[in-house]
Structure formats: structure tokens, C-alpha cells
Design a protein around this ligand. Structure first.
Ligand code: SF4
Ligand code: SF4
Ligand code: SF4
Ligand code: FES
Length: 649
């Protein structure tokens, strides 16, 4: 399609989503602060202005058409954009030097590009309110209300734990009832962090803890995940480097690590164990489809939203936790030291991995999880030029992996590796892969023993949710789910920007790195087989080291809280849901009216009012329960009608 941009003819792709994307694809980046290609279009920041036929309009909401004539930069547009930036900055906490996003913040970048040196408007900075109850840190004083986090959480991840609350200057991103994020149904995937343009959402930084460990008497051992080596060069100004993992191993030794292992080794082990678990389930037709359980955000998602599927989760631990248990329970014995004398540091692309290592059942195995960004900080602050480090191999015995194990870092990797084990051990005669939706691949497999089954490879929890709610194909026997788009290469702990184009590039780098490995499948991994033969002979120990269990998890820690309590048994109970969905649709307003009504009608001893966080009916929110009756799409009038039926005057 031909359009005219600033008087010049430009060829753009047909069917572009909007003018903003079309121009980006031909190398013209229009400033924007509320646009994400993976979510619905919000159109609120008004930074993406263009001039069309003399009218100024937003390019993110504009569909290109043949022959359209636009101007992308006029004195008027320049002035409007500067004005918008100044308005945002007037209510913004401008603590750039101590901000986690210093150097990678979009607002900071635009302020620099538009030469903002003073703000003409009165400074009405919002107070810094920090929520550090989880690996995700929230600070609304740096929020520009772009809504990106809300749309990602709701539309891409299907979680919907944050929403806009309040009006005008008091508008802010909030959880229901301002519950700390760590106590909500947030799965800590960090996708809100990955997409936030400012420092309002960041991840917990635990680098100081690493230095404390290095200073102690402990034996500090490291392990590096596949996706870390595909992304860290972005932070260090390096080009694609297929020996990056080995340079990282060398670097960690120079700062005091005793050993550096490869998480891909554990990925081989996990895939091997999971393939056997799957074949057993397939033969016995039980607990199918089997769900992979390497992604802790996905596991938490199942535990709290789909407890009926908990038995479908593979009981095999994730590579991080499997290697953690091996190091603490087996390797410590080999070294002849107390497990507590080892301090195990895991380098991950993922914010949810910090949460995983703290789970009750895993506590103590992995002592510290640092993200790719935190590892980059350690390297940068050391002054070491990683490019100049001579690559050194990972330490034996947990430093060798196959192509399959290394591929865990991108979507489809776990499934591919499990299938490669089945191929070695039983034989795969047919394998067909087809994309049925963005982020959902269907694989049809036929084994030599005559068994055939279907598998799904999914990224994005929203996609997983759609599949779980509509799963009717009984032949689907195994499902891989990775919470982050494109898999762990797009994890919440990866460098900024962390968008689709960078994620695809990281997946390509990982694929190239996989390609130079000589071992094809876990079955060829001599060290893994040796581990089984020598150290995991005892079934009980093997189970303890490699397997775990999951149980249903409440979405929100507190389920009910009293607002107007009534001790009597003989009472009418009104339960108002204040979960995210209900709250955002006005349940708090209903609650206030109910409380006013009870007080005004002098019913305080007769009507009990409580708040709750879930009525399992989010599709028809707001929800209110009067005694046992659930009122969907509730209004105060509907609640009142039900109350009046029950009240004995
Ligand atoms: S970490 Fe994930 S689940 Fe939690 S608020 Fe962010 S996007 Fe939502
Ligand atoms: S927290 Fe970040 S992503 Fe969310 S609305 Fe604020 S600035 Fe936007
Ligand atoms: S997909 Fe990977 S990076 Fe994302 S939450 Fe899951 S384990 Fe972490
Ligand atoms: S990016 Fe278009 S209005 Fe914000």
C-alpha cells in the first residue's frame, strides 16, 4: 500500500494494525507512551500524534489507507508533545538517579529527546507509595497512567489483578482494596514490569545479598539458565556471541564463585524424567493432559484459578529447583560439606523464579535468584569487560547439556525435549507441528509402538486460560505452558526493551547457540545418565530430589473480612465481592450504599455486612451474596430488593 509521509511516497504493508505500527515497520518511530502491540489500543497518552488532512490525530487509533497523506512532525505536533511531557513530569517523581529505570525509561528518553530542561507547570508530585510485598515492586509516584500493565495483566495473562482506581488527580493503578501484590492472585510473571515504560513497576533487586554471600565463608555456587545467555549482551553493548555462557562462567569465577553449573543440564534431567512420567500416564490413561510445570507463574496460575487441574501438572520439579536439590542433597555429600555451607545462586530471566525458590516445599535449596538484569548490574559494576573474558567451560558434573536442554529457554523447548526423549526410547514415526493461534502450537505425534497423541505448546497465560476453558479434544495428552510471550526469553527479569521484536531475536540467538551443541537429546547426556546410575539409584531419594506436589491456593490470602459484624446466628448476611473484577465494576460503591442503608434503617443488629475477594463468578461482576443467593451483575437496587424480601420488620 502506498501512503505519503511528510510529502514522500512510502510503501507500507497491507493489513497493518494501525499507522503507528505501519510507520515503525518502515523505520519511522512515532513517540508513544500507551501503545503495546500485544494488547488492545488505549489511545490515552496522545503522544503519537500525526497530521492527517490538516487535522491532528492519534496514529495508534488510525487505520492506514491507500494514498493517505500524513505529516509526522510539525511545529504544532512538537509543541503539543512537549506540553504533554511537561504535564506528565509535573506530577511525576523525578528521582532519576536512584530510579531502577535510569537509562531505560521511555519518559526520561522523551524528556531528553524533546529537550525538556524545565517544567512550566506547578509541581504536584504524587507521594511515593511503595509496595514491595513480592518480587514486583510498585511505586505509583512514577506511574504515568498509561494502563499498559493493566492491559497486559488482563488481556495477555488473563490474571487481571491490577486496575485503575480513583478519579482525576487521585487516579492510580491499584489492586482490589489496595491489598499488597504479594497477597493477591498475581503470579509474579513480571510481564507488567516488562511493559511498564517508567520506574513505576520494577523488580526486586537482591544484588547486595550476593555480595554478602561472597564475603562469607560459604562456598558460593552459581547456575545459569538458558534464556539469560540469549539476552544479557543487550545490557553490555555486545553483539550476538555464541560463547556468552562460557564467558559468564569465567566472570563468575573471577568474582569468587567456586563452581558454575548449567541449568540446561537440569533441563535435560527434567525432560528425561517428565517424558517417563508422561509415557506412564499415557499408557494408563490417567491425569491427562499432562501439564509441564517448569514455569512457576503457570503453576501458581493453575493452583489458584484451576485447582481442578492440579493433578494434571507434572510432579517433576523445574530445572532450577531440581538442580537446587541435587546441589544441596547430593553434591554437598560429594564435597563432604554441610548443605548449609553451600550458597547456591541461580541466574534466571524470570521474576517468578524468585517466588518459586521461596515456596515452602523448595525452601533452602536455592539461596538466591538473580535476574538477567541483576547479573548485568554485577558485571557492569565490576568494571570487567565481558567481551575480553576468555570463555571457560561450566563445571562438571552438572555443566554438560544437550540441544534439547538448552532449548528450554524458548517456547516449545520443554515439549520438544520431552518428545526427543520419547523418540530415543520408543521412536517417533510422525511429528507434525502447526500454529493454530498466535502463541498456540498443535503437535501431532505417532510413536513406533502404535500410540498417537496430540500436544499443545502455549505461551501467554491468557492463551492457556482460553484453552483450559474450552478443552474438548480428548486426544490432547500433553500441554506445555510458558507464562511469558515467546517463553523465558521474554521473562520479566530480562533487559529492557522487552517487546516482541527483541524476544524473537533472543529466541533466534538461543536457537543458534543450541545448534552448536554436539549432544542432541538428554539420553546422550553421559553425566545425566551417570547421576541416575550412581546417585539417584534409591527411588525414595530420586523422588525427593526430582519431584514435588502442588495444592490449591487461595487467590487472595484473606477470604472474608467483617465490615458490620453481627454475633447472632439469626441474621441476614450480605457478602460484597471486592475482588479486582467486581471492585473495578463498582462493588465498592454498592458496599457503601448497603452500609448506609443498614445504618439508616437501624438494622445493625440484624444485617451483617462482610467483604470477600471471590465469588467464583467474575464473568458477571459485580457480585453480591445475600444469605445464600448470588446476585450477579449486581446493583444496589437489586441487593435492596433481595434484602427487603428477607427482612422481618
Ligand atoms: S506480575 Fe504478572 S500477574 Fe502480577 S500484576 Fe504483573 S502481569 Fe499481572
Ligand atoms: S504502572 Fe507503569 S505500566 Fe502501569 S499505568 Fe503506571 S506507568 Fe503505565
Ligand atoms: S515463562 Fe519462563 S520467564 Fe516467564 S514466568 Fe515462566 S519460567 Fe519465568
Ligand atoms: S500511543 Fe497513541 S495515544 Fe498513546
Amino acid at each position: 500500500m502506498k501512503i505519503f509521509v511528510n510529502g514522500k511516497e512510502v510503501e507500507i504493508n497491507e493489513n497493518e494494525r494501525n499507522l503507528l505500527e505501519a510507520l515503525k515497520n518502515v523505520g519511522i518511530e512515532i513517540p508513544n507512551l500507551c501503545y503495546l502491540s500485544e494488547t488492545s489500543i488505549y489511545g490515552a497518552c496522545r503522544m503519537c500524534l500525526v497530521e492527517l488532512d490538516g487535522q491532528i490525530t492519534t496514529s495508534c487509533t488510525l487505520k492506514p489507507y491507500e494514498g493517505m497523506r500524513i505529516k509526522t512532525s510539525t511545529p504544532e505536533i512538537y509543541e503539543i508533545r512537549r506540553g504533554i511531557l511537561e504535564l506528565i513530569l509535573a506530577s511525576h517523581n523525578r528521582d532519576c538517579t536512584t530510579c531502577d529505570r535510569n537509562g531505560s525509561c521511555k519518559l526520561q528518553r522523551y524528556a531528553e529527546e524533546f529537550g525538556i530542561r524545565r517544567v512550566r507547570f506547578q509541581n504536584i508530585e504524587k507521594p511515593a507509595v511503595k509496595d514491595d510485598s513480592s518480587p514486583i515492586i510498585r511505586d505509583n509516584s512514577k506511574c504515568i497512567l498509561c494502563g499498559d500493565c493493566i492491559r497486559v495483566c488482563e488481556e495477555v495473562q488473563g490474571v487481571g489483578v491490577i486496575e485503575f482506581a480513583g478519579r482525576g488527580f487521585n487516579s492510580q493503578v491499584a489492586t482490589a482494596f489496595d491489598t499488597p501484590l504479594g497477597k493477591t492472585e498475581c503470579v509474579f510473571c513480571g510481564q507488567c514490569v516488562a511493559n511498564c515504560p517508567t520506574g513505576a513497576l520494577t523488580m526486586k533487586n537482591d544484588v547486595d545479598e550476593l555480595y554478602r554471600a561472597l564475603e562469607s565463608e560459604k562456598i558460593v555456587v552459581g547456575m545459569i539458565a538458558p534464556a539469560v545467555r540469549a539476552a544479557i549482551q543487550e545490557e553490555l553493548g555486545m553483539n550476538e556471541d555464541l560463547a556468552l555462557a562460557e564467558r559468564l562462567a569465567a566472570f563468575l569465577r573471577t568474582i569468587g564463585f567456586s563452581k558454575v553449573f548449567d541449568v540446561s543440564f537440569a533441563a535435560d534431567l527434567v525432560a528425561y524424567e517428565e517424558a517417563h512420567e508422561f509415557y506412564e500416564r499415557l499408557k494408563n490413561n490417567e491425569r491427562l493432559p499432562q501439564f509441564t510445570s517448569c514455569c512457576p507463574a503457570w503453576v501458581k496460575f493453575v493452583e489458584q484459578f484451576y485447582p481442578e487441574y492440579i493433578d494434571n501438572l507434572s510432579t517433576v520439579k523445574s530445572p532450577q529447583q531440581a538442580l537446587g536439590a541435587i546441589v544441596k542433597k547430593i553434591y554437598s555429600r560429594k564435597l563432604g560439606v554441610n548443605p548449609d555451607d553451600i550458597f547456591l545462586v541461580s541466574f534466571m530471566p524470570c521474576t517468578a523464579k524468585k517466588f518459586e525458590s521461596e515456596r515452602e516445599e523448595h525452601k533452602g535449596d536455592v539461596d538466591l535468584v538473580l535476574t538477567t538484569k541483576e547479573l548485568a548490574q554485577v558485571i557492569k559494576s565490576s568494571g570487567v569487560n565481558l567481551k575480553k573474558m576468555t570463555p571457560e567451560p561450566f563445571d562438571r558434573p552438572y555443566g554438560i547439556s544437550s540441544q534439547g536442554g538448552l532449548a528450554f529457554g524458548k517456547a516449545g523447548g520443554v515439549l520438544g525435549c520431552v518428545v526427543s526423549v520419547l523418540d530415543e526410547e520408543i521412536g517417533v514415526v510422525k511429528e507434525e507441528v502447526r500454529e493454530i493461534n498466535k502463541g498456540v502450537n498443535l503437535v501431532e505425534i505417532e510413536l513406533k509402538d502404535g500410540t498417537s497423541f496430540k500436544a499443545l505448546g502455549i505461551f501467554g497465560l491468557g492463551n492457556a486460560k482460553d484453552i483450559l476453558e474450552n478443552i474438548d479434544d480428548k486426544d490432547i495428552s500433553i500441554i506445555e505452558v510458558m507464562a511469558c510471550n515467546f517463553g523465558c526469553v521474554g521473562g520479566g527479569g530480562q533487559p529492557y526493551p522487552n517487546d516482541s521484536s527483541v524476544r524473537k531475536q533472543r529466541a533466534k540467538i538461543l536457537k543458534d547457540t543450541v545448534g552448536i551443541k554436539t549432544l542432541l537429546t538428554p539420553v546422550e547426556n553421559y553425566y545425566m545418565i551417570k547421576l541416575y546410575q550412581e546417585d539417584l539409584k534409591d527411588e525414595k531419594l530420586k523422588h525427593e530430589v526430582l519431584h514435588t506436589n502442588y495444592k490449591p491456593r487461595r487467590r487472595v490470602e484473606e477470604t472474608e473480612f467483617e465490615i458490620l459484624p453481627v454475633p447472632d446466628e439469626d441474621k441476614i448476611k450480605v457478602k460484597v465481592c471486592l475482588g479486582t473484577s467486581c471492585y473495578s465494576k463498582g462493588s465498592y460503591n454498592i458496599l457503601e450504599k448497603v452500609v448506609d442503608y443498614v445504618k439508616k434503617e437501624d438494622m445493625e443488629g440484624k444485617i451483617e455486612v462482610v467483604g470477600t475477594f471471590c465469588t467464583e463468578n467474575c464473568g458477571a461482576s459485580p457480585n453480591v451474596v445475600v444469605n445464600d443467593k448470588l446476585i450477579s451483575d449486581a446493583t444496589f437496587e437489586k441487593v435492596l430488593k433481595e434484602l427487603e424480601k428477607n427482612v422481618k420488620r
